[in-house]
Design a protein around this ligand. Structure first.
Ligand SMILES: *Cc1c(COP(=O)(O)O)cnc(C)c1O
Length: 369
């Protein structure tokens, strides 16, 4: 039995010992120490997105997983007289469409195949044909496959047509350099347990203040009211409802460790190195990537099942699990693939150890590649 499990998943991720240790002290939600940490986190997040309050941006923390913050934004900022366009090429785009339906928003969905990116051209054409659209929502790193949608080019289209742009950058923020202003993003959503390498418990929305203010009084639920959540944090530095205190303390430590690593550029380099080691090793073992390399991001990679019927994903997964390597099943509608994440406290030597484990399991299972 291994003491350590390495998570090669899109989150929750492996975290450092020091991040975990920062959760050992009980913390009241009204302690000065905690309130200071929340303030540091909110400002630090804006800094990571290369914006600030002075530039007109605000940082709102929302309890729950990443989906809660996406839903908070979608259900708060799209007003009754507005219309949302959802750009979907995977499960996370579809999830936003589902939210829009449940909250009875006016919305349209522009769909692309799972193995292709959302194009700025098709987005522009759709916006020309539907001038009543006011908001556009898209996914940066579509974790279903690991592809990167061209968010900057789509942002430019949104700007050209005067649309509010909402981006789910859940699995990429912190692991990909992003300038929210340059990318014309009005609302950027991510969570505590992805590339900033904290533990689960909360998510956050970075918001252009002028758009956030328009959300006043139009939320469709109490707990996910983005404007009220922000107003509460601004007024007292406190949350309206019980915050995940220890997860926030861990996150502040994780942000310090990100800084010590050399900030987002250094983390992006580490993840890219992980991906390169993984790609080369998987190719040498005979695995084929699901996506074309030019659209595959460096956050999570999809690989097709080997053609040999001796390959059984459940057994492959379990045997890797017993060796301490947690990989991720696929979520594709049309192809059999599994995923391996390059993010979290994972280093090139860990990827090499995973590759050695995969080789062993394939041999044990007599899978010919
Ligand atoms: C992880 C993730 C989410 C949020 O998932 P939760 O399970 O709610 O944390 C949303 N979008 C993308 C692209 C993700 O990778």
């Amino acid at each position: 039995m291994l003491h350590k499990s390495l998570l090669f998943t899109p989150g929750p991720l492996s975290t450092s010992l020091t991040v975990k240790q920062s959760m050992l002290k009980d913390m009241g939600s009204r302690d000065h120490e905690f309130i200071d940490a929340v303030k540091d986190i909110r400002n630090g997040l804006l800094h990571l997105a290369k914006v600030s309050k002075e530039d007109g941006y605000e940082s709102v923390i929302i309890q729950g997983s990443g989906t809660f913050a996406v839903e908070s934004v979608i259900s708060s900022v799209v007003g009754e007289k507005n219309k949302l366009l959802v750009l979907a090429n995977g499960a996370y785009g579809e999830r936003i469409a589902k939210m829009a339906g449940m909250h009875k928003l006016n919305y349209e969905v522009l769909r692309f195949d799972e193995d292709t990116v959302v194009t700025p051209e098709a987005t522009a054409q759709f916006l020309q044909q539907h001038p009543d659209i006011s908001h556009v929502a898209g996914i940066h790193s579509e974790t279903t496959t690991g592809l990167f949608n061209p968010i900057e080019a789509i942002g430019a289209v949104c700007k050209k047509y005067g649309k509010v742009f909402i981006v789910d950058a859940m699995s990429s923020f912190g692991g990909v350099a992003m300038d929210m202003k340059a990318m014309q993003i009005d609302f950027l959503v991510s969570s505590s347990n992805k590339c900033i390498e904290g533990v689960p418990g909360f998510a956050f929305a970075l918001c252009r203040r002028t758009e956030l203010e328009k959300a006043k009084g139009q939320a469709r639920s109490l707990s996910l009211d983005l404007f009220d959540q922000w107003a509460g944090l601004e007024a007292s530095g406190q949350f309206r409802f019980t915050p995940p205190t220890l997860s926030l303390m861990a996150f502040r430590q994780a942000m310090r460790e990100l800084e010590e690593e050399g900030g987002i550029p250094a983390r992006e380099r580490r993840y890219k190195t992980n991906k390169q080691v993984l790609d080369e090793g998987m190719e040498a073992l005979g695995f084929k990537p699901y996506l074309k390399p030019e659209i595959q991001g460096h956050i999570i990679s999809s690989f097709l099942y080997p053609a040999d019927p001796a390959f059984n994903f459940e057994r492959f997964y379990d045997k890797l699990n017993k060796r301490g390597f947690i990989i991720y099943p696929g979520k594709l509608s049309k192809a059999n693939a599994f995923r391996i994440g390059n993010i979290g406290q994972i280093f090139p030597d860990d990827v090499k150890a995973l590759l050695a484990g995969i080789k062993e399991v394939l041999e044990e299972e007599n899978v010919s590649m």
